[in-house]
Write a protein that binds this ligand. Structure first.
Ligand code: GRF
Length: 194
């Protein structure tokens, strides 16, 4: 009998630059029968990104692109995405801001996860800044990507309470746990009835 599983799942690319805990989580999610996505390729701008090991472990194609010339890198990435018939891009700790021109090719089809309650605390060192400002809550956000940093339409957020003894490290871990629940939840909400 011909195996049909996965045939109608959305061909997805995940972009990373670092540790890849969200990538690992998305891979595991994608392997569930009910998942609407299948991860076809992992793209990194860093050859040393630890997350690339998850691509290897789960036998997913991976490619590294040198962003010293971003225009050329994006052009080559687009070629690969086309070749792999990619219809959705999940940024997961990808530390580059994609150009308007690139994003135009995937309008409304690039998602990102950010470790704060956007629009607050865009950019880097989120947890340090949140704690310094004595916020009571922080959290994570999944949003659409535009060429303006961490500014596209918010799709879903999860709030966490900051404890009195919180450090940037404990807060990061607390929020990461929620990120791993939130990203699949958004994908289910957007695509599970296709
Ligand atoms: C996460 O906190 C994510 O929200 C942010 O970068 C971090 C990536 O972590 N965009 P990981 O590489 O997925 O472990």
């Amino acid at each position: 009998m011909v195996k049909l599983i996965g045939l109608n799942k959305i061909p997805t690319a995940v972009f990373i630059s670092g540790k890849g805990s969200n990538l690992k989580n998305l891979i595991k999610f994608s392997l569930l029968k009910r998942s609407p996505i299948v991860i076809k390729i992992v793209i990194s701008n860093k050859i040393k990104a630890k997350g690339l090991l998850f691509a290897k472990k789960y036998k997913i194609k991976k490619k590294i692109f040198n962003f010293s010339d971003q225009q050329i890198a994006e052009k080559n990435i687009l070629k690969d995405l086309k070749k792999n018939k990619i219809k959705l891009i999940c940024l997961a700790g990808f530390m580059k801001i994609l150009s308007k021109k690139f994003i135009k090719n995937f309008k409304g089809k690039i998602l990102n996860i950010h470790p704060s309650l956007l629009p607050k605390y865009k950019g880097l060192n989120t947890h340090e800044r949140v704690i310094k400002s004595k916020e009571k809550y922080s959290g994570c956000t999944v949003h659409l990507v535009t060429s303006k940093l961490d500014s596209g339409k918010i799709l879903m957020q999860k709030k966490v309470k900051i404890s009195k003894t919180e450090t940037p490290h404990t807060l990061k871990n607390k929020i990461l746990k929620q990120e791993h629940l939130l990203y699949p939840k958004v994908l289910m909400k957007l695509y599970s009835n296709l």
